[in-house]
Design a protein around this ligand. Sequence first.
Ligand code: ADP
Ligand code: MG
Length: 308
Amino acid sequence: MSEFDLIYRYFATKFPQRSDVEQGIGDDAAICNIPPNMQLVTSIDTLVAGVHFPLITEPEDIGYKALAVNLSDMAAMGATPVWMTLALTCPEVDTIWLQKFSEGLAELAQIHQVSLIGGDTTRGPLTITIQIAGLISFNTAIKRNGAKPGDNIYVTGTLGDAGLGLAAINQQVTLSKSANQYAISRLNRPTPRLQESHDLLGIAHSAIDISDGLLADLGHILEASNVGASLQIDNLPLSTVLCESVPYETALNLALSAGDDYELCFTTSQTLDSYTCIGKIEADLGLRCLTKEGDILTPKMVGYQHFF
Ligand code: ADP
Ligand code: MG
Protein backbone atom coordinates (compact mmCIF):
# COMPACT_ATOMS: atom_id res chain seq x y z
CA MET A 1 0.00 0.00 0.00
CA SER A 2 1.38 3.44 -0.90
CA GLU A 3 1.48 6.18 1.71
CA PHE A 4 -1.17 7.99 -0.32
CA ASP A 5 -3.56 5.01 -0.24
CA LEU A 6 -2.95 4.61 3.45
CA ILE A 7 -3.83 8.21 4.25
CA TYR A 8 -7.00 8.09 2.21
CA ARG A 9 -8.12 4.73 3.52
CA TYR A 10 -7.80 5.58 7.19
CA PHE A 11 -7.78 9.33 7.58
CA ALA A 12 -9.72 11.02 4.80
CA THR A 13 -13.29 9.78 5.12
CA LYS A 14 -14.41 8.96 8.64
CA PHE A 15 -13.89 12.41 10.15
CA PRO A 16 -16.43 15.23 10.34
CA GLN A 17 -16.50 17.54 7.30
CA ARG A 18 -16.79 21.25 8.10
CA SER A 19 -17.92 24.07 5.83
CA ASP A 20 -15.14 26.35 7.14
CA VAL A 21 -12.51 24.02 5.58
CA GLU A 22 -11.70 25.43 2.13
CA GLN A 23 -9.04 22.76 1.42
CA GLY A 24 -8.60 19.65 3.59
CA ILE A 25 -6.38 16.57 3.06
CA GLY A 26 -4.98 16.31 -0.46
CA ASP A 27 -3.01 19.45 -1.26
CA ASP A 28 0.34 20.68 0.04
CA ALA A 29 -1.39 22.51 2.88
CA ALA A 30 -4.85 23.02 4.29
CA ILE A 31 -6.87 26.24 4.07
CA CYS A 32 -9.49 27.19 6.67
CA ASN A 33 -11.68 30.24 7.16
CA ILE A 34 -11.63 32.09 10.48
CA PRO A 35 -14.84 34.02 11.17
CA PRO A 36 -14.47 37.77 11.76
CA ASN A 37 -14.09 38.78 15.45
CA MET A 38 -12.66 35.36 16.29
CA GLN A 39 -9.12 34.44 17.26
CA LEU A 40 -7.26 31.25 16.31
CA VAL A 41 -6.04 29.22 19.32
CA THR A 42 -3.54 26.44 18.59
CA SER A 43 -1.69 23.83 20.56
CA ILE A 44 0.28 20.66 19.84
CA ASP A 45 0.86 17.53 21.91
CA THR A 46 2.91 14.43 21.21
CA LEU A 47 2.37 10.96 22.62
CA VAL A 48 5.43 8.69 22.51
CA ALA A 49 4.78 4.96 22.96
CA GLY A 50 6.13 3.73 26.29
CA VAL A 51 6.50 7.29 27.59
CA HIS A 52 3.03 8.85 27.36
CA PHE A 53 1.08 5.61 27.18
CA PRO A 54 1.97 2.03 28.18
CA LEU A 55 3.08 -0.19 25.28
CA ILE A 56 0.10 -2.51 25.90
CA THR A 57 -2.44 0.29 25.20
CA GLU A 58 -5.07 -0.62 22.58
CA PRO A 59 -4.77 1.32 19.30
CA GLU A 60 -8.35 2.67 19.66
CA ASP A 61 -7.43 4.11 23.04
CA ILE A 62 -4.20 5.64 21.71
CA GLY A 63 -6.19 7.40 18.98
CA TYR A 64 -8.80 8.59 21.46
CA LYS A 65 -6.27 9.84 23.99
CA ALA A 66 -4.08 11.59 21.42
CA LEU A 67 -7.02 13.83 20.54
CA ALA A 68 -8.40 14.05 24.10
CA VAL A 69 -5.22 15.61 25.50
CA ASN A 70 -5.25 18.21 22.73
CA LEU A 71 -8.95 19.00 23.21
CA SER A 72 -8.16 19.43 26.89
CA ASP A 73 -5.75 22.24 26.02
CA MET A 74 -8.53 23.96 24.08
CA ALA A 75 -10.80 23.55 27.12
CA ALA A 76 -8.15 25.08 29.35
CA MET A 77 -8.24 28.23 27.17
CA GLY A 78 -12.01 28.36 26.75
CA ALA A 79 -11.63 27.77 23.00
CA THR A 80 -13.86 25.66 20.74
CA PRO A 81 -11.78 23.07 18.83
CA VAL A 82 -12.48 22.92 15.09
CA TRP A 83 -9.55 21.55 13.05
CA MET A 84 -6.59 19.24 13.60
CA THR A 85 -3.54 17.89 11.82
CA LEU A 86 -1.96 14.52 12.59
CA ALA A 87 1.72 13.60 12.39
CA LEU A 88 1.94 9.84 12.66
CA THR A 89 5.19 7.90 12.98
CA CYS A 90 4.78 4.10 12.86
CA PRO A 91 7.38 1.32 12.81
CA GLU A 92 5.48 -0.43 9.98
CA VAL A 93 2.25 -0.32 7.99
CA ASP A 94 -0.01 -2.43 10.21
CA THR A 95 -3.46 -2.13 8.66
CA ILE A 96 -5.27 -3.60 11.66
CA TRP A 97 -3.53 -1.15 13.98
CA LEU A 98 -4.26 1.79 11.65
CA GLN A 99 -7.90 0.80 11.33
CA LYS A 100 -8.36 0.68 15.10
CA PHE A 101 -6.28 3.79 15.81
CA SER A 102 -8.23 5.86 13.29
CA GLU A 103 -11.54 4.56 14.72
CA GLY A 104 -10.65 5.72 18.24
CA LEU A 105 -9.46 9.08 16.93
CA ALA A 106 -12.55 9.55 14.75
CA GLU A 107 -14.91 8.60 17.60
CA LEU A 108 -13.82 11.58 19.69
CA ALA A 109 -13.49 13.86 16.64
CA GLN A 110 -17.14 13.13 15.79
CA ILE A 111 -18.31 13.98 19.30
CA HIS A 112 -16.73 17.44 19.08
CA GLN A 113 -17.03 17.94 15.30
CA VAL A 114 -13.30 18.38 14.80
CA SER A 115 -12.15 18.01 11.20
CA LEU A 116 -8.85 16.31 10.23
CA ILE A 117 -7.40 18.72 7.67
CA GLY A 118 -3.96 17.22 7.03
CA GLY A 119 -0.87 15.65 8.47
CA ASP A 120 2.31 13.75 7.84
CA THR A 121 3.11 10.05 7.87
CA THR A 122 6.57 8.66 8.56
CA ARG A 123 8.30 5.43 9.55
CA GLY A 124 9.94 5.17 12.98
CA PRO A 125 9.18 4.43 16.65
CA LEU A 126 5.44 4.80 17.35
CA THR A 127 4.75 8.49 18.01
CA ILE A 128 1.54 10.46 17.55
CA THR A 129 1.48 14.23 17.30
CA ILE A 130 -1.74 16.17 16.94
CA GLN A 131 -1.91 19.87 16.38
CA ILE A 132 -5.28 21.24 17.34
CA ALA A 133 -6.81 24.52 16.23
CA GLY A 134 -9.69 26.21 17.97
CA LEU A 135 -11.66 29.42 17.81
CA ILE A 136 -12.54 31.94 20.46
CA SER A 137 -14.30 35.32 20.46
CA PHE A 138 -11.75 38.12 20.36
CA ASN A 139 -9.93 38.60 23.71
CA THR A 140 -12.09 36.23 25.76
CA ALA A 141 -9.59 33.36 26.23
CA ILE A 142 -9.00 32.14 29.79
CA LYS A 143 -5.28 32.32 30.51
CA ARG A 144 -2.99 31.18 33.30
CA ASN A 145 -2.06 34.66 34.40
CA GLY A 146 -5.42 36.00 35.57
CA ALA A 147 -5.68 34.58 39.11
CA LYS A 148 -6.36 37.25 41.78
CA PRO A 149 -5.95 37.10 45.58
CA GLY A 150 -9.32 36.15 47.05
CA ASP A 151 -10.27 33.92 44.07
CA ASN A 152 -11.68 30.51 44.88
CA ILE A 153 -9.81 27.58 43.29
CA TYR A 154 -12.00 24.92 41.70
CA VAL A 155 -11.47 21.61 39.92
CA THR A 156 -13.84 19.67 37.68
CA GLY A 157 -14.52 15.94 38.13
CA THR A 158 -12.30 13.82 40.37
CA LEU A 159 -8.51 13.61 40.67
CA GLY A 160 -6.13 10.66 40.93
CA ASP A 161 -8.11 8.10 38.93
CA ALA A 162 -5.71 8.07 35.96
CA GLY A 163 -2.80 7.66 38.37
CA LEU A 164 -4.62 4.70 39.92
CA GLY A 165 -5.03 3.19 36.45
CA LEU A 166 -1.32 3.56 35.72
CA ALA A 167 -0.41 2.09 39.12
CA ALA A 168 -2.64 -0.91 38.29
CA ILE A 169 -0.94 -1.43 34.91
CA ASN A 170 2.46 -1.22 36.62
CA GLN A 171 1.25 -3.79 39.19
CA GLN A 172 1.77 -1.42 42.11
CA VAL A 173 -1.82 -2.00 43.18
CA THR A 174 -4.37 -4.78 42.60
CA LEU A 175 -7.89 -3.63 41.76
CA SER A 176 -11.25 -5.35 41.57
CA LYS A 177 -12.44 -5.95 38.00
CA SER A 178 -14.86 -3.01 38.00
CA ALA A 179 -12.39 -0.65 39.74
CA ASN A 180 -9.73 -1.63 37.21
CA GLN A 181 -12.09 -0.96 34.31
CA TYR A 182 -12.98 2.48 35.68
CA ALA A 183 -9.38 3.52 36.43
CA ILE A 184 -8.01 2.28 33.09
CA SER A 185 -10.75 4.08 31.20
CA ARG A 186 -9.96 7.30 33.10
CA LEU A 187 -6.32 6.83 32.05
CA ASN A 188 -6.93 5.92 28.41
CA ARG A 189 -10.02 7.95 27.62
CA PRO A 190 -9.93 11.20 29.56
CA THR A 191 -12.93 13.49 29.10
CA PRO A 192 -11.89 16.89 27.75
CA ARG A 193 -13.92 19.42 29.78
CA LEU A 194 -15.10 21.49 26.82
CA GLN A 195 -18.67 22.06 28.01
CA GLU A 196 -17.47 23.16 31.45
CA SER A 197 -14.88 25.43 29.88
CA HIS A 198 -17.50 27.04 27.66
CA ASP A 199 -19.71 27.65 30.71
CA LEU A 200 -16.76 29.30 32.50
CA LEU A 201 -16.13 31.98 29.85
CA GLY A 202 -16.51 35.35 31.55
CA ILE A 203 -16.45 33.64 34.97
CA ALA A 204 -13.00 32.06 35.36
CA HIS A 205 -10.08 34.44 35.91
CA SER A 206 -7.52 31.75 35.09
CA ALA A 207 -7.51 28.09 34.08
CA ILE A 208 -5.23 25.17 33.29
CA ASP A 209 -5.83 21.52 32.48
CA ILE A 210 -4.32 19.00 34.86
CA SER A 211 -1.91 16.92 32.84
CA ASP A 212 1.12 16.79 35.14
CA GLY A 213 -0.69 16.70 38.51
CA LEU A 214 -2.61 19.33 40.48
CA LEU A 215 0.42 20.66 42.40
CA ALA A 216 2.52 21.15 39.28
CA ASP A 217 -0.28 22.60 37.16
CA LEU A 218 -1.77 24.88 39.82
CA GLY A 219 1.85 25.95 40.38
CA HIS A 220 1.88 27.22 36.76
CA ILE A 221 -1.18 29.39 37.45
CA LEU A 222 0.42 30.79 40.61
CA GLU A 223 3.69 31.56 38.85
CA ALA A 224 2.05 33.16 35.82
CA SER A 225 -0.31 35.22 38.01
CA ASN A 226 2.39 36.09 40.58
CA VAL A 227 0.21 34.93 43.49
CA GLY A 228 0.17 32.10 46.06
CA ALA A 229 -2.53 29.76 47.35
CA SER A 230 -3.78 27.64 50.22
CA LEU A 231 -5.20 24.23 49.34
CA GLN A 232 -7.65 22.39 51.61
CA ILE A 233 -6.31 18.89 51.00
CA ASP A 234 -9.33 17.19 52.54
CA ASN A 235 -11.62 18.92 50.02
CA LEU A 236 -9.95 17.28 46.98
CA PRO A 237 -12.58 15.46 44.90
CA LEU A 238 -11.72 11.73 45.08
CA SER A 239 -13.77 9.02 43.38
CA THR A 240 -15.29 6.20 45.41
CA VAL A 241 -13.18 3.77 43.39
CA LEU A 242 -9.97 5.59 44.36
CA CYS A 243 -10.93 5.80 48.05
CA GLU A 244 -11.89 2.13 48.19
CA SER A 245 -8.77 0.93 46.35
CA VAL A 246 -5.87 2.55 48.24
CA PRO A 247 -5.19 4.10 51.69
CA TYR A 248 -6.32 7.73 52.08
CA GLU A 249 -2.76 9.10 52.03
CA THR A 250 -2.00 7.29 48.76
CA ALA A 251 -5.25 8.60 47.27
CA LEU A 252 -4.25 12.15 48.21
CA ASN A 253 -0.78 11.73 46.73
CA LEU A 254 -2.24 10.42 43.46
CA ALA A 255 -4.76 13.28 43.36
CA LEU A 256 -2.04 15.87 44.00
CA SER A 257 0.76 14.54 41.85
CA ALA A 258 -0.06 11.71 39.47
CA GLY A 259 -1.41 13.74 36.55
CA ASP A 260 -3.06 12.47 33.34
CA ASP A 261 -6.53 13.33 34.73
CA TYR A 262 -7.19 16.18 32.23
CA GLU A 263 -9.62 17.85 34.61
CA LEU A 264 -9.66 21.64 34.68
CA CYS A 265 -8.31 23.70 37.56
CA PHE A 266 -9.57 27.28 37.48
CA THR A 267 -9.97 30.33 39.69
CA THR A 268 -12.89 32.73 40.00
CA SER A 269 -14.16 35.39 42.40
CA GLN A 270 -17.58 33.73 42.21
CA THR A 271 -18.94 30.86 44.31
CA LEU A 272 -19.99 27.94 42.12
CA ASP A 273 -21.97 24.78 42.97
CA SER A 274 -21.10 22.55 40.02
CA TYR A 275 -17.39 22.18 40.80
CA THR A 276 -15.29 21.36 43.87
CA CYS A 277 -13.72 24.30 45.69
CA ILE A 278 -10.28 23.18 46.86
CA GLY A 279 -8.73 26.39 48.13
CA LYS A 280 -8.10 30.10 47.76
CA ILE A 281 -5.68 32.34 45.89
CA GLU A 282 -3.60 34.53 48.22
CA ALA A 283 -1.15 37.39 47.79
CA ASP A 284 1.55 35.43 49.70
CA LEU A 285 3.61 33.54 47.12
CA GLY A 286 3.93 29.74 47.37
CA LEU A 287 1.50 26.87 47.72
CA ARG A 288 0.35 25.82 51.20
CA CYS A 289 -1.38 22.44 51.56
CA LEU A 290 -3.56 22.39 54.69
CA THR A 291 -5.32 19.44 56.32
CA LYS A 292 -8.72 19.92 57.94
CA GLU A 293 -6.96 20.13 61.32
CA GLY A 294 -5.06 23.11 59.93
CA ASP A 295 -1.72 21.27 59.70
CA ILE A 296 0.61 22.01 56.83
CA LEU A 297 1.23 18.93 54.72
CA THR A 298 4.31 18.48 52.56
CA PRO A 299 3.34 16.28 49.60
CA LYS A 300 5.78 13.58 48.48
CA MET A 301 6.07 14.16 44.75
CA VAL A 302 5.50 17.29 42.69
CA GLY A 303 4.10 16.13 39.39
CA TYR A 304 5.47 14.21 36.48
CA GLN A 305 8.28 15.89 34.60
CA HIS A 306 9.80 14.41 31.49
CA PHE A 307 13.27 15.86 31.46
CA PHE A 308 14.05 17.43 34.83
P1 ADP B 1 3.74 16.50 1.06
O1 ADP B 1 4.63 15.53 0.36
O2 ADP B 1 3.32 17.67 0.25
O3 ADP B 1 4.21 16.88 2.44
P2 ADP B 1 2.18 14.26 1.83
O4 ADP B 1 2.35 13.28 0.75
O5 ADP B 1 2.95 14.12 3.10
O6 ADP B 1 2.37 15.72 1.27
O7 ADP B 1 0.65 14.32 2.21
C1 ADP B 1 -0.36 14.41 1.24
C2 ADP B 1 -1.61 14.90 1.85
O8 ADP B 1 -2.04 14.02 2.87
C3 ADP B 1 -1.45 16.27 2.54
O9 ADP B 1 -2.64 17.00 2.36
C4 ADP B 1 -1.27 15.90 3.99
O10 ADP B 1 -1.72 16.93 4.82
C5 ADP B 1 -2.11 14.65 4.12
N1 ADP B 1 -1.61 13.73 5.17
C6 ADP B 1 -0.44 13.06 5.22
N2 ADP B 1 -0.36 12.28 6.30
C7 ADP B 1 -1.50 12.43 6.97
C8 ADP B 1 -2.04 11.90 8.18
N3 ADP B 1 -1.35 11.03 8.93
N4 ADP B 1 -3.26 12.31 8.56
C9 ADP B 1 -3.95 13.20 7.83
N5 ADP B 1 -3.53 13.73 6.67
C10 ADP B 1 -2.32 13.36 6.25
MG1 MG C 1 3.89 18.99 -0.65
